[in-house]
Write a protein that binds this ligand. Structure first.
Ligand code: ARG
Length: 447
């Protein structure tokens, strides 16, 4: 037996690129439609984007306190385990394996397909549904293959395609600034005019916007690999969210220097519509760099799926098979394949909005559970060593908002999809009692 040990090799810059690299993916190129449609007006939509950035920053601050107090890899898992015991921690690992990871992979591949096919069909409205599904499914298979094939290759792909994200955002922002200077500001006049959104619309707008910001918790998955974690973790989190919020706001403003609210709502791929107006013969560069950006995020996101199983199996919560590392390739192949299979099933309905809703509902339930542990630990263990101690209003505002995000849509309009999500989460308990409860003992990962 040879335990797989992780080395401390991620510094501040590495940490920032890991967070920014995960956060920027599909959302900024696809969520604006959902945000502005639900918000009802340009002004309200931009406010919601800003609020999403602020909320994610508050979340990241809570995670900085937790991650430095309990410096273990595995994200929410070790925190929930220490605060509330094995059942909530297990439910988190289960939900991540069957809902969160597959649905994010599926959402990313659908976005990839939409953008990758735009140049081929000239115009994104005419991309047939079946080709989108086909390309998305092929991408999932490719991502699973690369992730099973080699860790080195996966990390190289992530870094290489990471350039695509920044490139596409920078092109959009520069074009937007030029347009602003040329005086194209008509879409910002009377920017708050429009229907007033209800609770349901506001929540849906937040779900879409928060999808674009999701990934701010990624560094907590690799705390054990950080150099000087007490300093690196909080600094990297704050710097990254500052960068991303800035880029996102500028990008959204840029969209409106070209598209009116109606244009934006009708476009299935906003950035492409934007490019076709301002970039002339260079139109192809936007869909291409968006597809590259999303491809990188897919590989990276599939990569962390293995880390969760690793953390859960270390505590004896997951079947050894799921946490098994491929003998020659050192990749968590079974976990990755399972993730891919469920993602393939999710491609079939090709319904982006409900997938975002499922994902957000489940993920915010766990963000809520994790953020209240900040308050819980402060009360229970006031004297514990906390290298980072955030002002108390941060966890209070964050957990209250998270709770609203989870509860508001149900109270407002109890739909069957939330029941399905809750039942799927609880279904994990069927395996917990026979397989985990009676034999929780630490297991080492089989090599
Ligand atoms: N924010 C990313 C996007 O806009 C999605 C991140 C998915 N979450 C994750 N933990 N991998 O596409």
């Amino acid at each position: 037996k040879n335990e797989v040990k992780l080395k401390r090799q991620v510094g501040l810059i590495g940490g920032i690129s890991l967070i920014v690299g995960t956060i920027i993916g599909s959302g900024i190129f696809i969520s604006p439609k959902g945000v502005f449609q639900n918000a009802g007006s340009v002004g309200a939509g931009l406010l919601i984007w800003f609020a999403c950035g602020l909320l994610s920053t508050f979340g990241a601050l809570c995670y900085a306190e937790l991650g430095t107090m309990i410096p273990k890899s595995g994200g929410e898992f070790p925190i929930l385990l220490e605060a509330f015991g094995p059942i909530p921690a297990y439910l988190f690992a289960w939900t991540a394996a069957v809902i969160l990871k597959p649905s994010s992979l599926c959402l990313l591949s659908l976005t990839f397909a939409k953008y990758a096919l735009t140049p081929a069909y000239g115009n994104c409205d005419s991309v047939p549904e079946l080709s989108t599904k086909f390309v998305a499914a092929s991408l999932i298979l490719l991502v699973v293959f690369i992730n099973c094939f080699s860790v080195k290759l996966s990390t190289k792909v992530v870094t290489f395609f990471g350039v695509g994200k920044i490139l596409s955002l920078v092109i959009i922002i520069i074009a937007g600034i030029v347009r602003l200077c040329q005086g194209y500001t008509e879409n910002f006049q009377n920017s708050f005019e429009g229907p007033t959104p209800g609770i349901r619309e506001i929540t849906m707008a937040f779900y879409q916007g928060l999808w674009a910001f999701d990934g701010w918790n990624q560094l907590n998955y690799v705390v054990e690999e950080l150099k000087n974690p007490y300093k690196t973790l909080p600094r990297a989190l704050i710097a990254s969210l500052f960068i991303v919020t800035g880029l996102y706001l500028l990008t959204n403003v840029s969209y409106f220097t070209v598209l009116s609210l109606d244009n934006l709502l009708q476009s299935p791929a906003v950035a492409s519509s934007f490019g076709s107006v301002v970039l002339g013969f260079m139109v192809w560069i936007i869909p291409l760099s968006v597809a590259a950006s999303v491809f990188g995020t897919c590989i990276g996101s599939c990569f962390t799926a293995g880390r969760i199983s690793y953390a859960a199996a270390r505590e004896g919560h997951f079947n050894q098979v799921l946490a098994m590392i491929h003998v020659q390739r050192y990749t968590p192949a079974p976990a990755v394949v399972l993730n891919g299979l469920i993602a393939l099933l999710m491609v079939i309905p090709n319904d982006f909005d409900s997938l975002v809703n499922y994902y957000s509902f489940a993920t915010w339930a766990f963000y809520f559970a994790t953020s209240i542990t900040v308050l819980y630990f402060r009360y229970k263990m006031p004297d514990r060593h906390r290298p980072v101690k955030v002002p108390i209003f941060v966890p209070i505002i964050f957990s209250a908002s998270a709770l609203c995000l989870v509860v508001a849509p149900i109270v407002d309009n109890p739909e069957i999809q939330y029941l399905v999500a809750v039942l799927t989460m609880l279904f994990g308990l069927v395996f917990y009692f026979p397989f985990v409860h009676f034999k929780v003992k630490s297991q080492t990962i089989r090599k």
